[in-house]
Design a protein around this ligand. Structure first.
Ligand SMILES: O=C(O)[C@@H](CO)OP(=O)(O)O
Ligand SMILES: [Mg+2]
Length: 420
């Protein structure tokens, strides 16, 4: 079966950080139009596909995306509208070829990923199946992922507080997705009370988590365990576990990891994580070391990889070739998956496949700049990877994804929940 893109256009809208991004609208074979909102990161890996921004300081301080919008409405639409495609893979390959650069910098990864996401949605619609089912690879069993609620925000996602970027609670032991969301919301409420009671700010960071002025990651973890237990849950893998994303590239300066006033070598940082995972129910650490510290990553994986999930984000950037190299070098045991880091849905699915076949786990992820688009909820269910991180259980653009998971669960009682 083939299909034709009958309409394709884009406009500039705002993301959750009040920065411009794209909404791409597309239809196939004259059917109803669908839209995709393009996400955008703040702590980006240097090898990510490149977002095209206008650079015109007079508009949005240079962050406008009218050139990327123009590329969708102009060159991309001219190249793909009316043309026959056998499927999403063929369209994505055409977009990659049209762009012609390694990093999608000519037309913009933000332009290309919006077209790719909208096309996937339109194809699911024309096949008469939910998006998650359309995205399910052959031979893979879909499942509802463990939501990873980022309840304390630091690093590049909040002003002047913690060095570690994300402290997430993950209800691994919840019986269902809906109960996992309830646990997340109840613990979030308890945490607000604990923070306020201790005189901390309960202002929010970019991903809806609290952004208190607390010095050390260990102090935050102590509070989190309290919040989990006060809410009536068990802290640990059989209840509610904790996942970290220190986003260490951001505090790796002059060859040292600079945490809470200390200057740590790679090996000292690794030992700090060993202590943290001994003391607290931390089951997963993403970007524990910097993206250019591959040797450190290998030692981290040798030291903790047997008992802790070590997730590569900035170091892998959802890139199939880099991920393949990282697997060969044994630098981690898990990959963070962000559609806009690589720029097409097809390449994203390819990176997921590579991980699955190597026995690496995968966690689907939002960006710190989001729209209410809930594409990634379906991607997480369809690929059966068992993990999704999409911020706190607060703020509309984050809650949209969790609510989408609840809706999928309600309509599909037989879908299993959990890591798998
Ligand atoms: O580091 C991360 O994992 C992401 C999402 O939480 O942040 P950003 O989108 O800013 O890169
Ligand atoms: Mg990260």
């Amino acid at each position: 079966m083939t299909y034709r893109i009958s309409s394709l256009s884009a406009i500039e809208i705002l993301d959750s950080r009040s920065r411009p991004t794209l909404a791409v609208t597309l239809a196939v074979d004259g059917a109803t139009q669908v839209t995709a909102g393009v996400p955008s990161g703040a702590s980006t890996g240097t090898r990510e596909a490149v977002e095209l921004r206008d650079g015109d300081k007079a508009r949005y301080g240079g962050l406008g995306v009218t050139r990327a919008v123009g590329n969708v409405n102009g060159e991309i639409a001219a190249a793909v509208r009316g043309r026959e495609f056998a499927g999403l893979g063929e369209l994505d390959r055409a977009l990659i070829e049209l762009d012609g650069t390694e990093t999608k910098s000519r037309l913009g990864a933000n332009a290309i990923v919006g077209v790719s996401m909208a096309a996937a949605r339109a194809l699911a619609q024309s096949a008469g199946v939910p998006l998650w089912r359309y995205l399910t690879p052959e031979g893979v069993a879909p499942r509802l992922p463990v939501p990873h609620f980022n309840v304390v925000n630091g690093g590049a996602h909040a002003a002047n507080n913690l060095d570690f970027q994300e402290f997430m609670i993950a209800p691994l032991g919840a019986p269902t997705l809906t109960e996992a969301v309830r646990a997340g919301a109840e613990i979030y409420a308890k945490l607000r009370g604990l923070l306020a009671g201790a005189g901390h700010s309960v202002g929010l960071g970019d991903e809806g988590g609290f952004a208190p002025q607390i010095d050390t990651p260990e102090d935050v973890l102590t509070l989190l365990v309290h919040a989990i237990e006060d809410a009536g849950y068990r802290a640990g893998r059989d209840g509610v576990a904790i996942a970290l994303d220190p986003a260490a590239s951001e505090f790796h300066r002059a060859g040292f990891y600079q945490v809470a006033g200390e200057k740590l070598s790679s090996d000292e940082m690794i030992e700090r994580y060993a202590l943290i995972t001994d003391r607290f129910p931390v089951y997963s650490i993403e970007d524990g070391l910097a993206e250019d510290d591959w040797d450190g990553w290998t030692r981290l994986n040798a030291r903790l990889g047997e008992r802790v999930q070590l997730v590569g984000d900035d170091i892998l950037v959802t890139n199939p070739a880099i991920t393949t190299e990282a697997i060969a070098k044994n630098v981690a045991n898990s990959a963070l998956i962000k559609v806009n880091q690589i720029g097409t849905v097809t390449e994203t699915l390819e990176t997921i496949r590579i991980c699955r076949e190597a026995g690496w786990t995968q966690m689907i992820s939002h960006r710190s700049g989001e729209t209410p688009d809930d594409f990634i909820a379906d991607l997480a269910v369809g690929t059966g990877c068992g993990q999704l991180k999409t911020g706190a259980p607060a703020r509309g653009e984050r809650v949209a994804k969790y609510n989408r998971l609840i809706t999928i669960e309600a309509a599909n009682e037989n879908l299993p929940y959990g890591l798998g």
